[in-house]
Design a protein around this ligand. Structure first.
Ligand code: ARG
Ligand code: ZN
Length: 849
């Protein structure tokens, strides 16, 4: 367990830094294997500190020389940094170090990607660049000089002097080292500009390799929309003369919000209609917004320590969700977010990796950039907003920015801004930040003498290190419908604060049908006895779009569970209700596409485990396929009509309306092909003039065991586009039959284009393997073995990506003994490997604990 690991860091051990930094000057003399970094750091004693020990973080640095106020010193080099007897007064520390970007395969610190220099410092990468107090509560303005013959030289802030072989940058906004960035490469810019609300002109550049210049226009538009939105909705203006974004092929995460110089995984920014799908466009728009929004929520106001990560991530995810809702559809976005929360965050929250939104300890902080911190963190912000109302929320945010601009703060500071702005006591709400696990809310109903009573009972199961749970504040949005389908009580928010509480509704003429947890108003699991007829009724009549969709989802899930557990056949009642839903032309096509999406196999495994039984991934897969075939057979007329009536004509546009139609027609295509065969998909593949249509057709063909020629044609067409080839790799594994999934993945690792050191390519194959539930969990154990082999191969080079991907094994305790034994053996094999990274050893340790 993490608790016994001597490397564990605890929230309760926080102490303020002994010294603060007034100003930093850095000079980089770039060279692939021997980059020199010269630093000049002005320190002053921190009046709030408890000690005077001078310690600077530093890892994998060769110290060339060090000076204090110009006099040479010999620091004591210790594990993780250096120590020095420092004056109890302001002084300047200078150092020269040498680093090796070319051999930096961890992609953390300063590294090279396709010959270009770039950085990733969050969370603790700056210490691989030079000696520094690498902690977010030390903020300083930076001056940077880059010396290199690379044509484009970038760092944070505003440009200063530049000339042959050098460029200088100055960032006036005090920032922690994790927001430092540097880029040097042979890049070209897609440029534009933005005039801020106070009339300042900001130069915008999206820097890419020349071959990618045709994939920038969409990202640039998304950036301008984000800048405008943050002004209009949050009153937040951009604060530098330039905003640069750089696309990088080798990147561990999606993107990084470095001040004035965002660095993006190329998959999270580059898009053209021919190479990117509708889903890619939507994701890119959201990530551009997310990183831009960090300029205020993260950069101007940052985190005191890494335990407070959700302070910037939960809030910024919430903001990007609002933005996407405003740009597209709130209902469709909410459903998508709820699907992600349930499939990924509930999975995490109900297994060995469960941790609070604000964790209390970690061994490797990179392991805590999780769906819990990000997505559940965003849900907490959403609940706060629901509880204090839209106006209260805006007042609280204004106060938070006003009070804490330029500071590194905590969740307590965040909640205090809400309390002070709205007068509301949030002490019980704060439990959401410290308590792990997904609350269950049980519903009981009573109807007598015209009074309808809802009794809600909450309970949160134990999680690692937290055997006992306290009741939390749960906003439960409820509406009531009459038996004829009219709404009699419009949405109101019940605040469940006790372990059990009743809420009464009077003056009703007939027993109502409740619609509970509208808009998915809290990240909880609702436990409600409901007949299939009631669910079909809500699917037809609920005025809340989320619960309308949810009613169909619950019907699908309970029907599938009955197929798996009781040997039932597909439920005709569900299929007919679904048929009416998707044929309803008053509903948005994107919403209807979501109605057609069945619960995923892992989500079903989770639901079966929740009933106390061990899920069988093979049986789940077969049931889900049987239901898909039954839908195809019974609704083929509706599906053909939908497919034909909603085709998009004219030039491709990634806008929500056209994307929604394609989502619907492609969902229909995939189902239709199960009974019709592949002709329709082959025709679509031939005719496609955009990636959405092309790849949907190819995926459909592969799923029914056809499409060999198309797969080859696709490869021939796209072999020079790395991002498209990631799809080609991933799709084959995702679409493979359960018994063939591991072999398919293994064969692809021998493909000449399988560049396993590139995280996107590695994830394309092995992320798809882990996502093919029945294939990964095939009883042969081949999937487990193959993944473990490759994780062990990657770990010495790239611990971060390896550790993240070990999560594929995290559900092992759900399964029956034979599968458990197979997975456990792989986890133990990994755990027992010599020189395993700190990242990966923490993850497997937690999973085995
Ligand atoms: N702050 C970045 C983002 O959300 C993510 C950086 C994560 N980096 C890491 N090494 N864990 O937008
Ligand atoms: Zn973020």
């Amino acid at each position: 367990m993490t608790q016994h690991d001597p490397r564990t860091v605890y929230l309760r051990d926080y102490t303020p830094p002994a010294y603060l930094v007034e100003e930093v000057r850095l000079t980089f003399r770039l060279a692939p294997h021997a980059t020199r970094v010269l630093s000049e750091i002005r320190f002053r004693p921190n009046p709030d500190a408890t000690g005077r020990e001078f310690f600077l973080h530093g890892e994998q640095l060769k110290l060339i020389s060090a000076h204090v106020d110009g006099a040479p010193v010999t620091p004591e080099l210790v594990e993780g940094g250096l120590r020095l007897d420092a004056p109890d007064a302001p002084f300047t520390f200078a150092a020269e170090v040498e680093i090796d970007p070319e051999n930096n395969t961890a992609l953390e610190g300063l590294y090279r990607s396709n010959g270009m220099y770039c950085t990733q410092c969050e969370a603790e990468g700056f210490r691989k660049i030079t000696f520094y107090p690498d902690r977010p509560d030390v903020m300083a303005p930076f001056h940077v000089r880059i010396e290199s013959d690379q044509p484009v030289l970038l760092s944070n802030g505003n440009p200063g002097a530049s000339g042959e072989g050098f460029a200088e940058w100055h960032d006036p906004w005090p920032k922690p080292a994790y927001l430092f960035a540097l880029v040097a490469g042979d890049l070209v810019a897609h440029s534009d500009s933005f005039t801020t609300m106070s009339g300042r002109e900001v130069a915008l550049n999206l820097w890419v390799r020349e071959a990618d210049i045709d994939k920038c226009a969409f990202g640039m538009e998304a950036l301008k929309k984000s800048m405008k939105w943050d002004e209009e909705v949050y009153g937040r203006e951009y604060d530098l003369d330039v905003f640069n974004i750089v696309a990088v092929d080798d990147f561990n995460m999606g993107a990084m919000e470095n001040k004035g110089l965002n660095i993006f995984n190329s998959s999270a920014v580059l898009a053209s209609p021919a190479t990117a799908t509708d889903a890619d466009f939507e994701r890119i728009e959201a990530i551009i917004a997310h990183e831009y929004f960090h300029n205020w929520t993260g950069n101007r106001v940052t985190c005191r320590d890494w335990f407070q990560l959700c302070l910037k991530e939960g809030l910024t995810v919430f903001r990007d969700q609002q933005f996407t809702g405003d740009m597209r559809s709130h209902a469709v976005k909410r459903i998508g977010d709820a699907m992600l929360l349930r499939s990924a965050q509930f999975r995490e929250d109900n297994g060995p990796l469960a941790h609070p939104v604000r964790p209390e300890s970690f061994v490797e902080i990179n392991n805590f950039y999780t769906v819990t911190v990000y997505e559940k963190g965003a849900e907490l912000v959403g609940m706060l907003r629901r509880l204090v109302g839209e106006e209260g929320y805006r007042k609280a945010l204004d106060l938070y920015f006003e009070r804490h601009d330029g500071q590194a703060v905590t969740i307590e500071d965040w909640l205090r801004a809400f309390e002070d702005a709205t007068g509301r006591d949030l002490s019980q709400f704060a439990r959401w930040y410290s308590q792990a696990g997904t609350p269950r809310v049980h519903v009981a109903e009573d109807w007598s003498d015209g009074r309808y009573t809802l009794t809600l009972r909450q309970e949160t199961p134990p999680s690692p290190d937290q055997p006992e749970k306290q009741p939390v504040v749960i906003p439960v949005a409820v509406g009531l419908l009459n038996p004829n389908g009219d709404e009699v009580v419009p949405t109101q928010v019940l605040e469940l604060t006790e372990a059990e509480q009743s809420f009464a509704f009077d003056g009703l003429l007939a027993r109502p049908v409740p619609s509970i947890l509208r808009g998915f108003s809290a990240p909880v699991i609702l436990k409600q006895e409901q007949s299939d007829e009631t669910r079909a009724f809500l699917l037809a009549h609920d005025t809340d779009p989320f619960n309308k969709w949810e009613a169909g989802r619950v019907l699908a899930r309970t029907g599938l569970m009955a197929m798996v557990l009781d040997g039932d056949g597909p439920h005709a009642g569900y299929i007919d209700a679904l048929g009416r839903g998707i044929a309803d032309e008053s509903l948005d096509p994107a919403f209807r596409a979501q109605l057609l999406a069945l619960p995923g196999e892992d989500e079903l495994a989770q639901a079966i485990f929740e009933t106390g039984q061990a899920p069988d991934p093979t049986a789940i897969h077969e049931a889900r396929e049987a239901l898909r075939r039954a839908i195809s057979a019974r609704l083929d007329d509706v599906l053909i009509r939908l497919y034909e009536a909603h085709q998009v004509s004219g030039p491709y546009s990634p806008e929500a309306e056209d994307a929604g139609r394609r989502a619907l027609t492609n969902a229909a295509l995939s189902l239709l092909s199960l009974t019709e065969g592949g002709d329709r998909a082959r025709a679509q593949f031939q005719a496609a003039d955009n990636m959405t249509q092309q790849i949907a057709a190819l995926g459909t063909l592969l799923t029914i065991g056809e499409g060999e020629a198309e797969l080859k044609a696709f490869e021939d067409q796209w072999r020079h586009e790395r991002l498209v080839m990631n799809k080609w790799f991933g799709l084959q594994v995702a679409a493979a039959r359960p018994e063939a999934a591991a072999d398919t993945a293994e064969a692809l690792t021998r493909h000449p284009a399988f560049d396993w050191k590139n995280p996107n390519r590695f994830r394309a194959v092995f992320g798809a393997l882990a996502g093919n539930a029945a294939g990964f969990h095939h009883p042969s154990g081949a999937g487990y073995r193959l993944l473990a082999d490759w994780l062990l191969k990657l770990d010495p080079l790239n611990p971060q990506t390896t550790a993240r991907m070990t999560q594929a094994f995290s559900t092992w305790r759900r399964y029956a003994p034979e599968r458990q034994a197979l997975i456990r053996a792989e986890l133990e094999r990994i755990a027992g490997t010599e020189r395993l990274s700190r990242d990966t050893s923490e993850m497997v340790g937690r999973m085995l604990a």
